[in-house]
Design a protein around this ligand. Structure first.
Ligand code: G3P
Ligand code: MG
Length: 238
C-alpha cells in the first residue's frame, strides 16, 4: 500500500505548511498531497480552503489577498503556538523542498469554487521549470480543469477526485483523460470500486486515518491512501 501524506503530515503538524512537508519529506512514504489556490496577485499558494479564516490568524479570500498580505499571516498558530511562525507556502517553496527527494507530489488544483484564471498553466509551467513532471500527479474535483491539464500536459499523470459511489468511474475518468481514480473511501470498498481496481484502475483513496479503514481499502485493491497520519500507516503496513 502506497502512503501519501495528506496536506503534508497534517496530523502532527499544521496542514499545508513547510513544517508538515518537512515531516513528510523525512518519512519513507510514496508521496505527499497538497492543495493550491491563486493569490490576488497571481501566485500559486498552498492552502486548502478558499479563505484563510480556518487555518490562519487572518480573514478573507485567498483570491483577494496579495502574496505579501498572505505571508503576514500565521498558518500554524491555530494548530499550536509552537508553530506560530509557519507561513502559507508558495507552490515554488514546496517544490524546492522536495526537489531532491524521491517523493511523488500530488498537486490538487482547488479551482472548484473560483476558476482562478491562469492557475493551471502556471502550475504546469513551474513543474516544467523544475523538471519533475514524472513525479507529479495533478488532481482536482474540477474535472473541466483536470481535462484541460491533461490536454496541455499529456505526460503528467492526472487523478480524478470524487466523493460519490460512481457506478462507472472508469468511463468518467476516461472521458476526461484521467489516469487514476482518487475517490473518497466509500467508493473504494464498494462493488464499483472493487471492480475498477480488479480491472486494473489505479485507486488512491482519501482520507484514510483509521487503521481498520486502511486495511479495508487495501483488501479492496486500492493502490494508495491519503492520510493525515503517515507515521501510523507506515507502522501498519511495515
Ligand atoms: O486529494 C485528496 C484530498 O485532499 C481531497 O480532499 O478536501 O482534503 O482536499 P480535500
Ligand atoms: Mg486535497
Amino acid at each position: 500500500m502506497e502512503i501519501f501524506a495528506h496536506r503534508g503530515a497534517s496530523g502532527s503538524r499544521p496542514e499545508n505548511t513547510i513544517a508538515a512537508f518537512r515531516e513528510a519529506a523525512g518519512l519513507p512514504i510514496a508521496g505527499v498531497e497538497f492543495d493550491v489556490h491563486l493569490s490576488g496577485d497571481g501566485v500559486p499558494v498552498v492552502i486548502h480552503d478558499e479563505t484563510v479564516d480556518r487555518t490562519t490568524d487572518g480573514s478573507g479570500y485567498v483570491k483577494d489577498l496579495t502574496l505579501e498580505e498572505l505571508k503576514q499571516l500565521s498558518a500554524g498558530c491555530r494548530f499550536s503556538d509552537e508553530f506560530s511562525d509557519e507561513r502559507i507556502p508558495t507552490l515554488r517553496e514546496v517544490l524546492e523542498l522536495f526537489r531532491d527527494k524521491p517523493h511523488r507530489l500530488n498537486i490538487e488544483l482547488k479551482s472548484d469554487v473560483f476558476p482562478y484564471p491562469g492557475m493551471r498553466e502556471k502550475v504546469i509551467a513551474m513543474v516544467r521549470e523544475f523538471g519533475i513532471g514524472d513525479r507529479i500527479i495533478l488532481s482536482s474535483f474540477d474535472h473541466v480543469t483536470l481535462a484541460a491539464a491533461k490536454r496541455e500536459a499529456p505526460d503528467i499523470e492526472t487523478g480524478m477526485l470524487f466523493v460519490e459511489i460512481l457506478a462507472d468511474a472508469r468511463s468518467a475518468a476516461s472521458g476526461i483523460g484521467a489516469d487514476a481514480l482518487h475517490p473518497a473511501l466509500p467508493f473504494s470498498v464498494r462493488e464499483p470500486g472493487r471492480r475498477a481496481a480488479a480491472e486494473g484502475a489505479v485507486l488512491r483513496v482519501f482520507t484514510v486515518n483509521e487503521p481498520e479503514h486502511a486495511l479495508m481499502v487495501r483488501e479492496a485493491g486500492a493502490r494508495a491512501i491519503f492520510t493525515d497520519y503517515p507515521d501510523r500507516m507506515l507502522k501498519l503496513f511495515k
